[in-house]
Write a protein that binds this ligand. Structure first.
Ligand code: PEP
Ligand code: MG
Length: 910
């Protein structure tokens, strides 16, 4: 009951240039509610309404419907009264009715993931009143049938039963169109609309066994509950998990007076952006439909028109329509309603300046009056994100620090993926063109259903249009292609949000779901056929197109420079080959934090020598095999040192269980037996002797070096000789030799002695020296606890948070995939702890390890080389705990650089 007592106010009103909330109250009012309040307060014409807070959603999840409805009743009734006063109309009144919209609104925008009901408050009596009041019977009945359809779907659950089923209401609409021989919704007569309402209600009764609710207040209460429920719907949960948003945020509910874009030819509705959400260019752009309601634009059912004349021309070029056809059929808002356009243009400038960021706005024109329904910081691609941030600095709207803090480091990932090779594009055969809805390059095999995307490694999801249910498939696909829908369709908005290449509205495609085929450019394409999408031009290309590595240039480069200006914690990379090392260096890595030497042994010529070493019976036999590996390892290290040009390189001694290197297939076992001149049976026995019940907790890490010190010797020799060889060539190498899986002080000392003695021998032989250090992975929980002792001898610590997570949770790294998805879905874990460092538990051990290590050696160098080293929230944790560097895979280096700078900036703000 604590939750109830704490809540003092559950409903916040706005409208008529006043508001009880403001834009800073996003956690309580949700993003939409907070911005509606803010807009109202700064004088933007927003339909009046009120927001039921996210706290009420949490209250609902804890206490249920009955208590929550009782708790909000008085406040909601009072708020409706204030809307009635402003709109001079009455909710549920049959003479002068007020209709309401009910929408979700979490603290972050989750487009299409939760539910909305429009035109609420209609019934058989009110519809007559609306017709009389507006003197427009058709409009009234069109609103009514839309309401019944939407409310039926969202609140009453009238949805298709399976993926091949069509929506029960759409089926009724299609049947009527066929019966009447018409194609468009606009061709329905008033009687048709009345018939539709009747048939919809009949379908509800038929499926659910109860009447469609006619009391407006009942409708309102149930719609509010449905919005709360949609927070825990499948789509919303998937979206939350994908972005790591916690379940306890909850959603707010926004109830607003309806304004109508479907009251005739001087009404309309649209979506617009203050800058280009795909490229970041500073051009006002958007789409609208005449005589339509909000959902029509985003649902992508009718191809919308452009807001600006400029956009309209560009669109006409893409769609290859003539100027005349464009002006007649698709005039821009700027051409059609110049005064409204001027007003909208004024608001978009005002709102961008007010929020100091690119805005995504929804508007409705009701009989020549403009209303702004919503504004929010627009979702954008990674490319647009960096361009807008840099441009806003140049325009003096925000500071360098603010710009850097606005970068979502994870989104930089989009800019780090290969792009089409311009040479390969020259020969590309373009089969059609759609709208460049979300940039990027994608090559893959066609699939037509979102739940079948996983069939191929690289899939292109091809749909007539997408729906929010398709999110999971869209996320897994390499690219998305739709036949219908504009730049603001669901597919386009979602694709930009998740940084996925998307081409939308490619009208030339004839898609046949039943046949799993698409016809375009005179050719039939089937599921599994290869196509390529260029999300920057909208081109759809036959077959595969070659790609190339991206570069850190332009605004991306500027952001990186800014990051370096503010970052103090360094970023290194995990790299096992000279190629990876130089990619990472180009991305700004300041050294190598982890070279896993075992990866060098998997190449064909090496694996044989490795196996001989593993299967040898005697030290002599093992040393012989190791002697074969030595020159190869030396060469590897020379390559890596060269690539890093004097930057520090941490090389870890052999770590994995030896069993991973031996063959298991009969033919390979036989080959090995022949090569080693021993019997097949004895090879089989040796291989089975290596098998372990828990290899991850078995004979691996420094335990190998303890039982076979000759391995440590060979690897040390290879490292030191490589560095000495380069020294002769005038190239500096800075090796840091790292011992894996240390859990006791003596384990470390034993390995360290082997390393230092071997190095001394090599120095002696060569009559030359180099500097090197010897440190350890800290990845066994015990090592964190005795870190003060280990630091007596270790020159550096590198936290192996992969193993540390495995051993702290007791979750096998190799088996966790079986249960972690369930844990995430049930909310038992908020994140996969192998991706996002568990600061609460594992983080404590890291903290203890650093503090104890530095209690012995205050300047002990400390870093991290587990996968978490490239994950922004974990990077911030590393910074806050005083690490010298994080180390991550090459493609995450720029992400970690920004995350490191952000952590430093945030620390100065606190
Ligand atoms: C670790 O355990 O975090 C680590 C970096 O080592 P590996 O992943 O190779 O076990
Ligand atoms: Mg490890």
């Amino acid at each position: 009951m604590e939750v109830v007592e704490k809540i003092k106010k559950r409903v916040y009103t706005f409208g008529n240039k006043k508001a009880e909330g403001n834009s800073k109250m996003k956690n309580l009012l949700g993003g939409k509610g907070a911005n509606l309040a803010e807009m109202s307060a700064i004088g933007i014409p927003v339909p009046p309404g009120f927001t039921i807070t996210t706290e009420v959603c949490t209250e609902y999840n804890a206490l249920g419907k009955g208590i929550v409805l009782a708790n909000i009743k008085k406040e909601v009734e009072k708020a409706v009264l204030s809307v009635e006063k402003i709109m001079k109309a009455k909710f549920g009144d049959s003479e002068n009715p007020l209709l309401l919209s009910v929408r979700s609104g979490a603290r972050v925008s989750m487009p299409g993931m939760m539910d909305t009901v429009l035109n609420l408050g209609l019934n058989d009596k009110v519809v007559a009143g609306l017709a009389k009041k507006t003197n427009n019977e058709r409009f009234a009945w069109d609103s009514y049938r839309r309401f019944v359809q939407m409310y039926g779907g969202v609140v009453l659950g009238m949805k298709p039963k399976s993926k091949t089923d069509i929506d029960p209401f759409e089926e009724i609409i299609e049947n009527l169109k066929e019966k009447r021989g018409i194609q468009l919704d606009t061709e329905f007569t008033v009687q048709d609309l009345k018939d539709l309402v009747f048939d919809f209600k009949k379908a509800v009764y038929h499926r659910l066994g109860k009447e469609f609710p006619s009391n407006p207040w009942d409708q309102l209460w149930m719609a509010i509950i449905a919005v709360f429920d949609s927070w825990n719907g499948k789509r919303a949960i998937y979206y939350r998990n994908m972005h790591g948003y916690p379940a306890d945020w909850g959603t707010a509910v926004n109830v607003q007076a309806m304004v109508f874009g479907n009251m005739g030819l001087n009404s309309g509705t649209g979506v617009c952006f203050t800058r280009d959400a795909g490229t970041g260019e500073d051009v006002f752009n958007g789409e609208y439909l005449i005589n339509a309601q909000g959902e029509d634009v985003v649902a992508g059912v009718r191809t919308p028109q452009q807001v600006t004349k400029l956009g309209s021309q560009r669109w006409a070029d893409l769609a290859q329509v003539t100027e005349k056809l464009r002006i007649n059929n698709y005039p821009s808002l700027e051409e059609l309603m110049p005064e409204i356009f001027d007003e909208l243009n004024e608001y978009q400038q005002l709102l961008e300046e007010h929020y100091k960021d690119m805005q995504d706005m929804e508007f409705t024109i009701q009989e020549g009056k403009l209303w702004i329904l919503q504004t929010r910081n627009g979702k954008r691609t990674g490319a647009a994100m960096v361009k807008i941030a840099i441009d806003l600095i140049k325009e003096g709207l925000i500071s360098e620090e603010e710009a850097l803090l606005r970068i979502d480091p994870n989104k930089l990932d989009e800019l780090l993926h290969p792009v089409f090779d311009p040479n390969a594009l020259k020969d590309a055969h373009i089969i059609a063109q759609g709208l460049p809805a979300s940039p990027g390059a994608a090559t893959g095999q066609i699939v037509f259903f979102a739940d079948e995307v996983a069939k191929y490694k690289n899939s292109i999801l091809v749909r007539i249009e997408t729906s929010p249910e398709d999110l999971e498939g869209m996320n897994l696909a390499k690219g998305i292609l739709t036949a219908r829908g504009g730049m603001t369709s669901h597919a386009a908005v979602v694709a930009r949000g998740i940084g996925k290449c998307c081409v939308s509205g490619a009208g030339a495609l004839k898609i046949d779901y039943k046949d799993r085929s698409m016809f375009v450019d005179g050719k039939e394409y089937h599921e599994g056929d290869w196509i390529s999408l260029n999300g920057s031009t909208g081109n759809i290309i036959d077959g595969k197109v070659a790609t190339k590595e991206p570069e850190l240039t332009g605004e991306f480069g500027d952001i990186m420079e800014l990051a370096d200006k503010f970052a103090t914690m360094k970023v290194r990379t995990n790299a096992d080959t000279p190629k990876d090392a130089s990619i990472a260096k180009n991305f700004g890595a300041e050294g190598i934090g982890l070279t896993r030497t075992e990866h060098m042994f998997f190449e064909v010529d090496r694996i044989k020598a490795m196996r001989e070493m593993i299967l040898a019976d005697t030290v002599k036999g093992r040393k012989l095999a190791l002697a074969k590996l030595l020159p190869m390892q030396r060469e590897d290290f020379e390559g890596i040192f060269k690539a890093m040009q004097g930057l520090p390189v941490t090389i870890r001694l052999l770590d994995p269980p030896l069993h991973e290197f031996v063959p298991h297939q009969l033919a390979t076992l036989k080959e090995l037996a022949d090569e080693m001149h021993i019997s097949l049976d004895s090879v089989k026995v040796k291989v089975s002797e290596l098998e372990e019940f828990n290899p991850m907790l078995g004979h691996r890490g420094c335990r190998l070096g303890t039982t076979y010190p000759e391995i440590t010797e060979m690897q040390t020799r290879a490292i030191i000789e490589a560095a000495l060889n380069l020294k002769k060539e005038g190239i500096e190498a800075k090796p840091e030799i790292m011992i894996p899986l240390v859990g006791t002080f003596d384990e470390f000392v034993f390995q360290e002695n082997v390393i230092r003695e071997t190095a001394e021998t090599v120095f002696e032989e060569r009559q030359d020296k180099i500097d090197f250090s010897v440190g350890t992975m800290i990845e066994v929980p015990r090592a964190t606890l005795i870190a003060d002792k280990i630091a007596e001898r270790a020159d550096f610590f590198s936290f192996g948070t992969n193993d540390l997570t495995q051993m702290t949770y007791g979750y096998s790294r190799d088996d966790a995939g079986k249960f972690l998805p369930d844990y995430l879905e049930k909310g038992i874990l908020k994140n996969d702890p192998f991706e996002v460092l568990d600061q609460e538990g594992v983080g404590q051990l890291v903290h203890i390890g650093i503090t104890r290590g530095r209690s012995t050696k205050p300047n002990l160098k400390v870093g991290i080389c587990g996968e978490h080293g490239g994950e922004p929230s974990s990077v911030a944790f590393c910074y806050n705990n005083g690490m010298d560097y994080v180390s991550c895979s090459p493609y995450r280096v720029p992400i970690a650089r920004v995350a490191s700078a952000q952590a430093a900036l945030k620390a100065t703000l606190n």
